[in-house]
Design a protein around this ligand. Structure first.
Ligand code: 13P
Length: 339
């Protein structure tokens, strides 16, 4: 893929009206999700669940791409069609999570560094052969007393940039995901300051690593109050702070920004995205790349029961459609009740 093709794929991933379904839970993470519905995490259960999600009617009208996990990229629908082929035939780009998870950063208690660079060039070549058009790497930055340190931010920014450069060399569009966690007791202002510093260092490293900004997608957190903060910022305040922060630190050459949901409720994640798209004119398309905020209602409605498959699909279809509307700023909370 040359620069022009990378740009075309990145642009398609963030096109207005559509967003990305993050279905790339690693085996330990999907086990946690299945525990919540008392379902054993066997390979066949994971395959069945993913097939339910991907074969939702009209999903491609709202979903531009799906992030898969290594195991899932190698799996197929019950009729033998590989998931990657099924998605491509239904207008959704197959993508792949390529990081090996966030591990303790030696010498920096409470902080993490994402692993997975060794051998990445060869893995990317294999994934491209299996049909992956884009990839994802997630860095995790936690906020607490005395953290994040400048070193932790820099180490993670460098790893993200090395990953992104390798992806583009191998003809794969990188999703660059620096996630500032919402778990702490910090307020909105602290989240904005840390997110700004993280984005600033990430783009500095992307430049140093000669990454083509037109051929990537940024997947950041929104600027929100920490989960344990006694004062929770409202929807408009979150939209304003997030847009201000992005405008300061994200170059206009990036085609699009696809937010993670990070533990926000599904309805709030949609409302926040909608508020930004309704009130601001921006250089990049703003869309979603949600995991939990798209899947949680579907997982619950399905509950692992074959007879509830269409209920699970209806729940995913609804969230996908409402988030699609939010990319146009045309969502309203009343639509939740009408559905
Ligand atoms: P959440 O939207 O559940 O945060 O997941 C998105 C994701 O891909 C995290 O890496």
């Amino acid at each position: 893929m040359n620069a022009h093709e990378l740009h075309a794929v990145a642009t398609a991933m963030v096109e207005k009206g559509r967003g990305i379904l993050a279905a790339d839970e690693s085996s330990p993470t999907i086990k946690k999700r299945f525990d919540s519905i008392s379902l054993e995490s066997t390979e066949e259960h994971r395959r069945t669940y993913r097939e339910m999600l991907f074969t939702t009617e009209n999903l491609g009208s709202y979903i531009s791409g799906v992030i898969l996990y290594d195991e899932t990229l190698r799996q197929s629908c019950a009729d033998g069609t590989s998931f990657a082929s099924y998605l491509a035939e239904h207008g959704m780009l197959p993508g792949i999570k390529v990081d090996a998870g966030a591990k303790a950063l030696a010498g920096f208690p409470g902080e993490k560094i994402t692993e997975g660079l060794d051998g990445l060039r060869d893995r990317l070549a294999e994934y491209a052969g299996l049909g992956a058009k884009f990839a994802k790497w997630r860095a995790v930055i936690d906020i607490a007393d005395g953290i994040p340190t400048d070193y932790c931010i820099r180490a993670n920014a460098q790893a993200l940039a090395r990953y992104a450069a390798l992806c583009q060399e191998g003809g794969i569009v990188p999703i660059v995901e620096p996630e500032v966690l919402m778990d702490g007791a910090h307020d909105l202002a602290r989240c904005e300051a840390v997110t700004g510093e993280v984005l600033s260092q990430v783009f500095r490293e992307l430049h140093r690593h000669r990454v083509l900004l037109e051929g990537m997608v940024l997947k950041p957190n929104m600027v929100i109050s920490g989960k344990k903060c006694p004062t929770q910022a409202g929807v408009e305040e979150v939209a304003e702070a997030t847009v201000r922060c992005l405008k300061r630190y994200v170059p206009g050459a990036v085609p699009g920004i696809a937010f993670l949901s990070g533990g926000q409720s599904d309805e709030l994640a949609t409302a926040h995205l909608n508020a930004m798209n309704a009130a601001y004119t921006l250089p990049w398309n703003l869309t979603f790349s949600y995991g939990r905020a798209l899947q949680a209602p579907a997982l619950k409605a399905w509950g692992g029961r074959a007879e509830k498959l269409s209920a699970g699909q209806a729940a995913l279809g609804l969230r996908a459609r409402l988030n699609g509307l939010a990319t146009h700023g045309e969502y309203s909370p009343e639509m939740e009740k009408a559905a």
